[in-house]
Design a protein. Structure first.
Length: 118
C-alpha cells in the first residue's frame, strides 16, 4: 500500500500539536516500519519549511527537519497536469486539491488526513 500523508499530519508531528500528535506519530512510525510506503506531496516540504522556520526562528533547523522528512517519505510530483487536475477537483482548499491530484496521478492507494471535509 502507498499513501500520501497530508501536510497537516506532518505538521502535527513536528509541532507536537495536541490532540493529534500521538496518532500522527503512529502514522510516521508505521511508514518507518514498512507497513506502507509513505509519500508527501512536492508542495509539502516548502510549506513545512516556511512554517517551521517561523516556529523555530531558525532556517538551519527548518532545513534539518526537511532533510528528515525527505529521508522518511517519497515525494509525489506536482507538474502542470497535476495543477490542472487540482483546479477541476471540487475541494475548497487549493493546497488540498493539489495534494489530492498529486496522489491520484501517482496512483497512490489513499490519503492520510485529519480533514474529512476535503
Amino acid at each position: 500500500m502507498r499513501a500520501l500523508i497530508d501536510t497537516n499530519v506532518i505538521l502535527d508531528i513536528l509541532l507536537k500539536r495536541e490532540p493529534f500528535v500521538a496518532e500522527a506519530q503512529a502514522i510516521w512510525d508505521a511508514n518507518r516500519e514498512g507497513r506502507f510506503e509513505g509519500y508527501v506531496c512536492a508542495i509539502t516540504p516548502g510549506t513545512v519549511f516556511y512554517i517551521m522556520r517561523h516556529e523555530t526562528k531558525s532556517a538551519e533547523q527548518a532545513r534539518q527537519l526537511i532533510t528528515i522528512l525527505l529521508q522518511a517519505f517519497y515525494t509525489s510530483l506536482v507538474d502542470h497536469a497535476v495543477l490542472q487536475r487540482a483546479l477541476q477537483i471540487e475541494i475548497s482548499d487549493f493546497e488540498d486539491a493539489i495534494q489530492s491530484a498529486s496522489a491520484f496521478v501517482e496512483g497512490l492507494d489513499f490519503i492520510v488526513t485529519r480533514d474529512p471535509r476535503d
